[in-house]
Write a protein that binds this ligand. Structure first.
Ligand SMILES: Cc1cc2nc3c(=O)[nH]c(=O)nc-3n(C[C@H](O)[C@H](O)[C@H](O)COP(=O)(O)OP(=O)(O)OC[C@H]3O[C@@H](n4cnc5c(N)ncnc54)[C@H](O)[C@@H]3O)c2cc1C
Length: 479
């Protein structure tokens, strides 16, 4: 006789930052919630992405700033203390031990089941546990897929024998390779190139495109490329890897052949070439969906094309905005939606819009932690053009601000805002320069709050700070 399945109200598959937040919301709403995790509770962000990558970059970025501040520069000359940086990285990744997060789940009243979760039909979830057993659950109200993404590699012949690094190895490496080849031009490629070049690797970055950070305003990638070159990295644009091979010994280097016919030797090869959804073995066929696909949802994160409003996809796996903060925002909305549907109360799409994502496409903030930092939210000029939206574009060199020169006398950076000429509201902002990360939320508030430039004129930034960029941009716009 088959075991009778257990029947919690909600089953969440994937205990990354997003799954944890969904479970927290549904539990707080009084729904019994089980979370299923096949690896470490905390997900990619805690152990192989945000936390360790930023820990690897912190000393590099601080030194880049400090080495240009008169009186401080000599104190930061010389190489970084690599061992201390790696030890800090280990601490920030909690030594790849999820005890702390497991304790948090317990304190929040969320039940954890370790194992690989998959669907067996509407509302039905099976969990394959480490001992080979299968545990069956039937969710009374909702199943939430929060399984995130994994690295997507290009189809290079002999990939396995190459033992390439993905972002996982790059963020958890026990030592710094002498020579690191990085393939890619996006955020992971540029951040890791910045970190490893500063930590002592000779970095060669190989990019198919003609610039870095191709989804952002062009000046952002240009400034990062300039600094990477000054730091000693070798950047090869409009170039692809045509072949790569590694001899069998663990210490043997990788021989890489490039599309321009040149060759290079590297101790490690990082493939930072994109992400793919972890949906290949989720039992999607049992509910009429295609394994391996990104999951498509409406603005309450209910999966489209599945009848009955019981299946949700939240976080990276829905491909809406692949950031921890956006996934957690989605989790707040999905959690509230599940609770409202369970209680039979109407979905609130009014002033608080508790059950609809309104900031998932128009105002997604992002910081790239390179030298210089890049902070962007909302539309870029190219995105506005693609969308057929007319915008006024306002640029200003941040280095002309007193606050910027106080920060770093050789300050190089640029800001751009996009303004809707009719409504006179800000639609997009990009800041590229040292220390701009903390400036970003002002732009996010301006965009989501739909504040007109006429009102922003009365928001006075303090002197001498980099936030005076707002004043200069508005002055430039007024003419
Ligand atoms: C190198 C790097 C740096 C990044 N830096 C930043 C940053 O600075 N800021 C930022 O906002 N974002 C950053 N990101 C993106 C960020 O990591 C993701 O947006 C975030 O982790 C998404 O959270 P998630 O919960 O959706 O997925 P994940 O964090 O991927 O978690 C998914 C979880 O589901 C589990 N799982 C998958 N399938 C199953 C299954 N079938 N059964 C049980 N469990 C399963 C996985 O083991 C995992 O624990 C970075 C990404 C990378 C790669």
């Amino acid at each position: 006789m088959a075991d009778t399945p257990r029947t919690p109200d909600v089953v969440v598959i994937g205990a990354g930052p997003v799954g944890e937040n969904v479970a927290d919301r549904t539990t707080a709403a009084g729904l019994t919630t089980v979370i299923v995790e096949s690896d470490l509770v905390g997900g990619e962000c805690s152990y192989w992405a945000c936390e360790p990558s930023k820990a690897l970059l912190r000393a590099a970025l601080m030194r880049a700033d400090a080495s240009h501040v008169p009186g401080l520069a000599p104190a930061v000359a010389g190489p970084l203390d690599t061992a201390a940086v790696l030890a800090h990285r280990d601490r920030m990744a909690a030594d790849w031990n999820d005890e702390g997060q497991v304790a948090w789940l317990k304190s929040a009243g969320i039940e954890l089941i370790r194992g690989h979760g998959y669907l067996e039909g509407p509302r039905r979830v099976a969990v394959r546990t480490a001992d080979g057993g299968v545990l069956r659950l039937r969710a009374r109200h909702a199943v939430v897929l929060c399984t995130g993404t994994g690295a997507a590699f290009p189809p290079l012949p002999g990939l396995d024998a190459l033992r390439p690094w993905s972002s996982r190895e790059a963020t958890s490496a026990p030592r710094i390779p002498e020579r690191l080849a990085v393939v890619g031009a996006g955020v992971v490629a540029t951040e890791m190139a910045t970190a490893y070049q500063a930590l002592g690797s000779q970095v060669t970055l190989i990019a198919r495109d003609s610039r870095l950070l191709g989804r952002m305003e062009p000046f952002a990638g240009e400034l990062v490329a300039e600094r990477l070159r000054e730091a000693g990295a070798d950047l090869r644009f409009r170039t692809t890897v045509t072949a790569a091979a590694r001899a069998q010994g663990p210490q043997d280097p990788v021989q890489v052949t490039l599309s321009d016919g040149s060759r290079l030797t590297a101790d490690e090869l990082l493939l930072a070439t994109g992400r793919a959804p972890r949906t290949g073995d989720l039992g999607l066929r049992t509910v009429g969906l295609t394994p391996g696909d990104w999951l498509t949802t409406d603005d309450s994160f209910t999966v489209t094309g599945v009848p009955g409003a019981w299946l949700y996809a939240v976080g990276d796996v829905n491909n809406r905005a692949l950031f921890t903060h956006q996934g957690k925002y989605q989790a707040r909305i999905a959690g509230a939606t599940i609770a409202a549907r369970a209680a039979g109360t109407p979905l609130d799409t009014g002033r608080w819009g508790r059950h609809t994502a309104t900031a998932d496409t128009e105002a997604v903030p992002q910081v790239v932690f390179t030298d210089p930092e890049i902070a962007a939210v909302g539309l870029t000029t190219a995105a506005a053009e693609r969308a057929g939206r007319q915008v006024d574009v306002v640029d200003y060199e941040i280095g002309q601000l007193a606050g910027a020169l106080q920060y770093r006398p050789d300050y190089r950076g640029r800001a751009r805002i996009l303004i809707d000429p009719e409504r006179r509201t800000v639609l997009g902002a990009t800041f590229a320069g040292p220390g701009v990360a903390e400036l970003l939320h002002s732009a996010t508030v301006a965009i989501t709050g739909e504040i007109t430039v006429d009102r922003l004129w009365h928001a006075v930034p303090a002197f001498p700070t980099i936030s005076e960029i707002w004043l200069r941009l508005l002055e430039t716009y007024r003419g």
